[in-house]
Design a protein around this ligand. Sequence first.
Ligand code: FNU
Length: 251
Amino acid sequence: MITILYSLSYINILVILKTKFWQNNNFNQRNNKVDTMKIKNNLILALDVMSESEAIEICDSIKDHIDTIKIGYPLALAEGLEIINKLKDQFGFKVICDFKVADIDATNSKICDETFKAGADAIICHGFVGSDSVQACLDMADKHGKELFLLTEMSHPGAKMFLQKNAEEIAEMGVEMGIRNYVAPATRLDRLSIIRDIVGDDAFIISPGVGKQGGDGKKTLEYSNAIIVGRSIYEADNPETACENLIKSLE
Ligand code: FNU
């Protein structure tokens, strides 16, 4: 009897130790993720200006308040991917490339590889293309030790036509694939809240649509980890003041 009890408690200890190991491991992984994407003032600048000189001028004026910028096709097509390292070197920013990658897996791999080689810290991909295409982006992000953001539902009115109908399944797919970073709209808080529920509190959500598209920054941050703001900052007469006022409004 004593021998049986002894063996049972030994097995119990092993089970507890194993569980703790996984908990710790997951905890460490989570910490790494959040650290990688720690964003000053929870504010990302969408730098959709059309020239390097304009980009530098804007960055120079907001550099004390923002440490993460998002570059999309407008600036990358106008100035080439070299703009990524130029802005990183000059301002020490983290750069998210908003290329909404949405192709077959083989092509997605190539797009992500080139973008990470050019210095991007993260890339945004579409989810509607399916798990094989998204997996290719995820594998390339892992290979480079960089981050992938999965776009679930977009912020503009047209997203209601097709994307919204599948956004929840896209988010579920992301969770099944182990994706930790998501893009979800600041313009529809009910939808943002649903997406947050699906991806869980440990996921990192960034949200475009604050300002010009009508979204409210402070309310968005009840569900998101950071807001993405473009025109309200870079089109302002004084981008630094616009940035400061926006940050105050988030308190
Ligand atoms: P602003 N963007 C968006 N909605 O607006 N990446 C999305 O659903 C999405 C995006 C980008 O309106 C948009 O391309 F997935 O001037 C732009 O770069 O504040 C930025 O977010 C919003 O810019």
